[in-house]
Structures are given as C-alpha cells and as structure tokens.
Design a protein around this ligand. Sequence first.
Ligand code: UD1
Length: 357
Amino acid sequence: MITHVIGARPNFMKAAPVHRALASRGVPQTIIHTGQHYDVVMSAAILEELGLPEPDVNFGVGSGTHATQAAQVMVAMEAHLGSARPDLLLVYGDVNSTMAATVAAVKLGVDVGHVEAGLRSGDRSMPEEINRLVTDRLARWLFTPSRDGDENLLREGADPASIRMVGNVMIDTLVRLLPIADGERELRAFSLQNGTGPRPFALVTLHRPSNVDDPEMLRQLFGALDGIARQVPVIFPVHPRTRERMRRFAIDEGRVSLSDPLTYLQFLGLQRHAAVVITDSGGIQEESTFLGVPCLTMRENTERPVTVTVGTNRLIGRDTAAMRLEVEAILAGRGKTGSIPDLWDGRAAERIAAALA
Ligand code: UD1
C-alpha cells in the first residue's frame, strides 16, 4: 500500500501522474489531503481536472501560522498511522504539509519517498527551503527532477543509493493536459482575442511573503504592472493571501485585470499564449520553460536553476524598474529563448513507479 500526502495547490499536479502510473501497475493506493488549501478553486476544482480520485482522508487543518499548520498535520498524521500503516508514504514538493507529514511518519518508522527532492534556493528565509531541507534529510527515497537536485543531495551527505533522477512530474501533467487546455474560453473572457488570434498580454502571479507582505514592495509591483498595462493587457489571477494584503494595505490595482484564482486548465490555457509571465511561483518557472514563454521571476534566487540556465526564466529580484525594461525587450521580440531540460518529457512518474516496483 502506498499513501500519497497532498495539501496545497502545487502538490496536486505532482501527485496526479504518480498516482496514475502506480494505478496502471495495480499498486493499492490511498490519498490523504491535509486540508492546507480548502477553497474550491484552490483545491477541489483542480483535483477534479487532474483526475485524482477523491482523497480517502481529509485532515482539514486549514490556515494558520506555520507552526500551527505543521503541528496539526503532525498530530493528524500520527493518529492516522496508528490505524493505517502504508508500506510507503509519498510526499510532494516543499509545502508545510510535505514537511510535517514526513516528520510524523518517519518517527513512526514509516518510509517516506520525496517527489521533487534536492531542490535548493540556498535562501533559508523562505519557509519552503526549510521544508525541503527537513524532508530530504528524513526521506528514504529521493526522486529528483534535475541533475542539480542530485548534486545538492550528495553535497549534503545523502546516501547515493536513495537518490533517483526521474525528471519533472509537474511537466508530466502539463504534457498530458496541454492538448485540452487551448485557452479559447479564457482568452475570450479576458478579451484577449483579436481577429487573427491572441494579442500579446502579460500573465502575472505573485503570492510570496517577500513580495506581498511588504506594503512598499507590493505598491511598487502594482505601480510597475500598471505601467506595463498601458502597453499590453496584464492579467493577474490573485491568490487569497495577496488579495488579503491588497485590502489591508489599501492597494489599488490600476489598469491591471484582476481575477479570482483560476483552475489548472484555465491557467495553462492562458499561460501557453502569454507574451510574458511575471511570477514568484516555483511551478510556473518550470511550466513557462517547457512552453517556451519568457518568464520574469520576482525573486532574488530560485531552487529551480535549470529554468535559468536552460530555460526561459530570468531572475529579476525586487527590481521593478528592471522588470519593466525586460517586458519592453520581450514585447520588442528580444525575449530570452531556451530549451527543455533533460527528462522533462512527460514520463517522470513512470520512472518513479518503475523504481518503486
Ligand atoms: C502555500 C505554500 C507555497 C505555495 C502556495 C501555492 C507553504 C509554506 N507554502 O502557500 O509554497 O507556493 O501554497 O498556492 O506551504 N487561503 C485561503 N484559502 C485556501 C488556502 C489559503 O483563503 O484554500 C489563504 C489564507 O488566508 C491563508 C493564506 O491564504 O492564511 C496562506 O495560505 P497557506 O496555505 O498558509 O500558504 P500559501 O501562501 O497558500
């Protein structure tokens, strides 16, 4: 029996292909949803699009401080493992649920496999970096998306026999669903169609504390986005955290088109047609690299360096003036081009299933 732990939006696209690959081999599986994300479009709608079965258990932990959220996952996981003991717990990515489930399981002697192991930004001010370090240190199996993951783990002293470079499971989901995410409906909804096809537009997501919890930074970002919106439409589906901060700091969106969070297919449908993506997300850096769409990342560092060295990603840090210059260059046809990293081929989950078999 293999049990998957999912909790927050970026986990869902990673778990879906692994669940599918194991199901096709007839492996018995269960799914635990910690409940870290609970809004319909942050969770249920996305799970449905991905074809993940209803979770067998939902811990319902909800929002809270990091310690509260992690502690609630640990308490619930410990109780759950008292009655149901899987042969392996699979955890994904770097969210609080990933780290907390791992700590509770390993203490009870349950083996953990970490999908998307080895990524490091080197920035311990990011909660995700702490989650990655703890999870990788404790997991029995370390499934990495790219060579840098293996190198980081080996440098930290991980057992080489525990590491498997399998490729990027997030891209598995993209490869499978791209044919049905044509974006037609979304382009129409945001008035992005003209007679001959989509007109150039910028697609934005920002939700990291470093960008949205600092009123001055968030104000500057919106100032720059408003400037870009004089040239091309700027579409910004807003994460609940960002929405709350905008309200609290009384920030006006100016000419930027805000929307509620989108489902996976809606967002992918827009992303494939975007002239430029501006983000602080991890997964979107990868998706834009695969799609060949220039990406400007509003962070000082990235745990996904291949998106910069091989792909279309550029790190802009907190420099909103540089962001505007880069957008101008991209709109003038001088955007960064890139290629697709090794093993980002839609078959990463099959490699995980093969390794576990
Ligand atoms: C989490 C992950 C982050 C990931 C992001 C993707 C951690 C440390 N962070 O950040 O790595 O990029 O998910 O979305 O795990 N909220 C709702 N509805 C929800 C969920 C959250 O309204 O369904 C609001 C709450 O006000 C909550 C805030 O969003 O306090 C933050 O949610 P939380 O799960 O703590 O972290 P994210 O910022 O979503």
